[in-house]
Design a binder for this molecule. Sequence first.
Ligand code: GAL
Length: 371
Amino acid sequence: MKKHVKGILLLAAVMMFSIVASACGNSNGGGGGGSVNVGIVLPTKDEPRWVQDEQRFKDALSGTKYNTEILFSQGSSAKEKENVETLLNKGIKVLIICPQDGDAAAAAVEAAKKDGVTVISYDRLITNTDAVDYYVTFDSLAVGAAQAQYLVDHSKGNGQPLYLYAGAATDNNAFLFFQGAWQVLQPKIADGTFKIANSSEAEKLKDTKDLSRDQMSSIIGQVTTNWDPNEAKNKAQTHLTAAAADMKGDVAILAPNDGTARNIADVFGSDSAVTSYVITGQDAEKASIQYIIDNKQSMTVFKDVRTLVKDAMGMAVEVLDGKSPETTGSYNNGSTDVKAKQTDVIVVDKDNVKKELIDSGYYKADEFTGL
Ligand code: GAL
């Protein structure tokens, strides 16, 4: 389908939602039973990524009569379950939820299903339950593959030290990112372009291109950041302290997202035995865009949250309309194949940062210095 036709259809869907939402009662999602149509639950305000999503939801909803409420789980699966119950008591028909912990969220969405609510897993897949109707996501394998390809494209000669870092093992995406990255990196480890610097488990598996979930777990268990920038910093310090001289010099670093990348970059940048580093990221956080402009972070993977929000809201509208939302594939969550709508990602580095993030209207030029 042509892009502009899609755009018109989406706009129509969003307008329909406005009509449906206003026909169903109160706006702003306040009040008691039956007052909210769509409940949105996001994992935590502590990571800028999710504050970004909240803002994009609000932007998409501003000036309309959407009957929507957004709640944060603050990194706690118990709080997440409580949030879902609160929204169920307000009569939601659709739940858009990004789980803190993919497995632990099963109980919350099973409660929603019991109430006849349609469940849309947002960005992160809820695992090992059949109580998920749809999944709206970016192409997470492509995220990891793009990060790894960037390291390959900027590698320097032979035997370059490669430092691996991963996201939280409770997040299914962390596996997809790592899997996508490993499939690109492994042949380059096998041919001697890179040598693994900080994971004995990865070293053991260096001849295996397609890793099982358990094999990935063993590596992620060693190099996880838990999506926590402080944990990332501590790990990087430990790794550099332990590293022999031949594991320094010009290094390549697979960092899973922007928050962890900035802290890891700071640690590597302050080690005088590290001559240069190339480091990946993800999410196009403002602070990392500044790091890219300042040559402190090499790249980020831009996930246009506006698209994800539109897709999730578009799906909610279709469900409220009694229609079956359009999907583009499916993801197995360990229990069932969940119908999914997937969005592409864009690699951003210093060369295209202005075009992709400023000229596209995602951020404003005056939010940065040295552009
Ligand atoms: C992932 C998400 C990423 C990143 C990370 C840390 O699940 O897809 O974009 O932000 O969580 O919160």
